[in-house]
Ligand binder design. Structure first.
Ligand code: NDP
Length: 285
């Protein structure tokens, strides 16, 4: 039997409608939620991500500021711009698109963003808050995954979860969020022995690696929920995930596709975090 598809496009549309309504309510009070996005360099994928974020903001009735810098820009210029945005009360969210060129200290850049405007949730203060179970901003991709699990009514309490990938952006925050929902969480990575042994035990399997179709149907427990975060290209140039969708959908109970799965939800949750930051500002929180 073929798995139920957890449709990220559909869910995104619903959540973005709610966000647009809340943004409009805030506008009536004289506050337009605003996201500032900084892009350094000419990486084509990053340029597409930034464009999508800016467009999504505008469609939701939010304002966006978009600053582009040449790949060889002096980091001091970018730090100065972050300081200005931190101090600007009409800016509610600030995001620096990663990866940054090699001459940048990425960690220092992320730490320069005011924690209350860090809508990506990458500042150490926000990472710590998430770790303590009291998040201020949840990183957008894992936040989107949680929304997808909620919408698909996937039982979380006591579920065996296996996350493949331990990045600060996806794997680690994903683990914290699922742990907070009383899942039993295993995190695998490039040095894990016998990956399939772990993945076959998973009621919920999250793949966040960046290797095309590496999780095949025989690595999945029958009836599992499979969340594919990966964004890769096949040798023919087609977008695909970390999961081999064709074999996986025959074993899983529910699965997210690529494209049209986690990707749209990531941008949606960025809008949600920006709106939340603006609402907090209005409440004086
Ligand atoms: P990173 O490269 O930062 O992390 C990849 C992780 O995968 C690492 O922890 C690495 O292990 C692990 N890994 C690598 N090879 C293997 C292997 N053979 N077996 C098991 N684990 C392995 O990537 P990101 O977390 O940033 O992104 C992961 C994927 O998700 C990418 O395809 C990215 O494009 C996509 N992505 C998608 C988003 C979306 O909106 N849908 C948003 C963000 C990312 P180790 O730590 O040991 O090196």
């Amino acid at each position: 039997m073929s798995a139920t598809i957890i449709d990220g496009n559909n869910l995104s549309t619903q959540v973005r409608e709610e966000i647009a309504q809340r943004a409009a309510a805030l506008k009536d009070k004289g506050i337009t939620p605003c996201l500032a996005v900084i892009l350094v360099g000419e990486d084509p994928a990053s340029a597409v991500y930034v464009r999508n974020k800016v467009t999504a903001c505008e469609k939701a009735g939010m304002r966006s500021i978009h600053d582009d810098y040449a790949p060889d820009v002096d980091p001091a210029v970018v730090f100065k711009r972050i300081d200005e945005l931190n101090a600007d009360p009409t800016v509610h969210g600030i995001l620096v698109q990663l990866p940054l060129p090699k001459h940048f200290d990425s960690e220092a850049v992320l730490e320069a963003i005011a924690p209350e405007k860090d809508v990506d949730g990458f500042h150490a203060e926000n990472v710590g808050a998430l770790m303590q179970g009291n998040p201020r901003f949840i990183p957008c991709t894992p936040y989107g995954v949680m929304k997808m699990l909620e919408s698909a009514k996937v039982p979380l309490k006591g579920a065996e979860v296996v996350i493949v990938g331990r990045s600060n952006i996806v794997g680690k925050p994903m683990a914290m969020l699922l742990l907070a929902q009383s899942c039993t969480v295993t995190i695998c990575h490039s040095q894990s022995k016998d990956l399939a042994f772990h993945t076959r035990r998973a009621d919920i399997l999250v793949a966040a690696v960046g290797r095309a179709k590496m999780i095949t149907g025989d690595m999945i427990k029958p009836g599992a929920t499979v969340i594919d975060v990966g964004i890769n290209r096949t040798p023919e140039g087609k977008l695909c995930g970390d999961v081999d969708f064709e074999t996986a959908k025959e074993v899983a109970d529910a699965i997210t596709p690529v494209p049209g799965g986690v990707g749209p939800m990531t941008i949606t949750m960025l809008l949600a975090n920006t709106l939340e930051a603006a609402e907090r500002g209005q409440r004086g929180a």
